[in-house]
Design a protein around this ligand. Structure first.
Ligand code: SIN
Length: 504
């Protein structure tokens, strides 16, 4: 017997910045968080900040132009215009609820430069502590809002749909019990896919759950092959790998190999501030050639490290590296998923009653390569828009046609998947590796059923195999040139058909 809750508002899956922004905008919401608040979500780990045209010499259209240039031909211009136009107000709204952005003596925001931005426009907190501080302010506001109910240690085991396909709620595991949660709408805010890879900067619990749930329900998925690798995760054998923020390169830190040679000039005229995918491939190439890769902040940051970049300093110290005097060993790591559940500008997915926001959504703003510090901004702006729209949905009338829970992926299989994804769907891909990986995922699905992380992995791999070009975060060594720009839109059935073909 499954208990039933009927909630008069949207149910929101996930409690990062997108999920909680949606809850605050909806005013009345039920938030299901798989972990205690402020843990297990990438937002709280963000070191960068929010990019927005806050400086006197900056404008939303300059910010939009940089976003579109980084997006390598696949950004949706309307979504980018909206994001960059609403950016300054979103930062000020977070400041108004207590996010303690770094300020100058005159009260203006301190703004940092990050790669591929033409202006210093990243509003930060305590150097590298933006995510944790912003989330603390948002969580305090949510906790002080009686009409928002938060259930921690609650996770989705399947979406509920009526016979027309409308999403009418979620089958959730709350405190160990299965509960049918009926709601006006479901907002997916489950984060990205970092945990699907062996080397990631995101919490390992973030493993494409929302993407898999939505795809299994028949929602349209966009651009799943576009995974962003942060060039400089700290290579000290930790899982997840701690991040060495891009702002360190913005401050003038240099990438060197084991011999101390600064190598970025060999790869791009903008050197350390080249687009993120270029820097990631350069580091990958140096490591693959046995030359190693290190970030040298000894001159650019030096003695200021402990107070300017306390989180990075602490991570280095934990492994016996003193970044004031020594180079930091770095490795590219999965950091962000540009693809996701396809949505309109109000977070609406292709299925009635279903919304998505933040990293698990694909609004089209991130294109083939996200511009640094546009993700917290997207979470705040589009999370709020999704929450407002979801709150206006009418009652979900129909009964759910099935109450089946989706299977869990056993840990051993999950670890095998992570290794295989890093090996074959990483910084550099080719047809042989992707086809081998596809076969391994098919075998895991045959053994364990349609677990959402496996479905998410399959979407990434199928689309990466189908995209016979290199663009943004997707680099094919067998197709190094760009083809005509076109986004990917898929639903699960054709993908399954593709897999059957591959398995024959
Ligand atoms: C960083 O601080 O390097 C990460 C910023 C981002 O990924 O947006």
């Amino acid at each position: 017997m499954v208990d039933r809750i009927t909630f008069d508002g949207p149910v929101i899956l996930g409690a990062g910045l997108a999920g909680l922004s949606a809850a605050l905008a909806a005013k009345t919401a039920l938030v299901l968080s798989p972990t205690p608040l402020a843990t297990g979500c990438s937002s709280a780990w963000a070191q960068g900040g929010l990019a927005a045209a806050l400086a006197g010499d900056d404008t939303p259209s300059l910010h939009a132009a940089d976003t579109i240039a980084a997006g390598a031909g696949l950004c949706d211009g309307e979504a980018v215009a909206l994001l960059t136009r609403e950016g300054p107000a979103a930062v000020r709204a977070l400041a108004a609820i207590g996010a303690p952005f770094d300020r100058k003596p005159d009260g203006d925001f301190v703004l940092s430069l990050e790669a591929a931005h033409s202006k210093a426009r990243v509003a930060r907190v305590g150097g590298d502590g933006a995510g944790a501080a912003i989330m603390a302010a948002v969580i305090a506001t949510v906790r002080a809002t009686p009409s928002i109910t938060v259930r921690e240690n609650a996770r989705a085991r399947g979406l509920l749909q009526d016979e027309t396909g409308r999403v009418v709620g979620v089958l959730a595991e709350i405190g160990g019990d299965l509960v049918e949660v009926r709601a006006k709408a479901v907002v997916l805010a489950t984060g990205g896919v970092g945990g699907l890879y062996a080397v990631t900067t995101t919490p390992t619990q973030v493993r494409g759950e929302g993407l898999g749930l939505a795809a299994l329900a028949g929602a349209e998925i966009a651009d799943p092959e576009f995974v962003q690798f942060h060039p400089t995760a700290i290579d000290i054998g930790r899982d997840p790998a701690p991040l060495a923020t891009e702002a360190l390169r913005g401050e003038g830190s240099i990438l060197r190999n084991t011999d101390g040679r600064a190598f970025m000039a060999d790869y791009h005229p903008a050197r350390e501030l080249a687009p993120r995918d270029v820097v990631a491939r350069a580091i990958h190439a140096e490591r693959a050639a046995g030359r190693g890769a290190f970030l040298d902040a000894t001159t650019a940051v030096g003695g200021h490290f402990p107070h300017e970049f306390p989180a990075v300093f602490e991570a280095c110290q934990s492994a016996g590296v003193d970044p004031r005097r020594e180079m930091i060993p770095v490795v590219p790591a999965v950091h962000y998923h540009m693809g996701g559940v396809a949505t309109d500008l109000d977070g609406r997915a292709s299925l009635p009653g279903l919304y998505a926001a933040g990293e698990c959504a694909s609004t089209g703003v991130q294109g083939a390569n996200r511009l640094a510090s546009n993700s917290l901004l997207e979470a705040a702006v589009f999370g709020a828009r999704a929450g407002r729209a979801a709150a206006l949905e009418g009652e979900a009338g129909g009964e759910a046609v099935s109450l089946a829970t989706l299977p869990d992926l056993p840990d051993e299989a999950f670890q095998a998947l992570r290794k295989a994804m890093s090996r074959d769907a990483g910084v550099i891909r080719d047809a042989a590796g992707l086809a081998r990986l596809q076969g391994e995922i098919v075998a895991l699905e045959a053994a364990h059923g349609p677990c959402p992380p496996l479905v998410a992995a399959r979407l990434i791999v199928d689309a990466a195999l189908a995209r016979q070009e290199s663009r943004g975060g997707h680099y094919r060594s067998d197709f190094p040139e760009q083809a005509v720009p076109a986004r990917t839109f898929v639903t699960l059935d054709p993908v399954q058909a593709g897999l059957r073909h591959a398995a024959e």
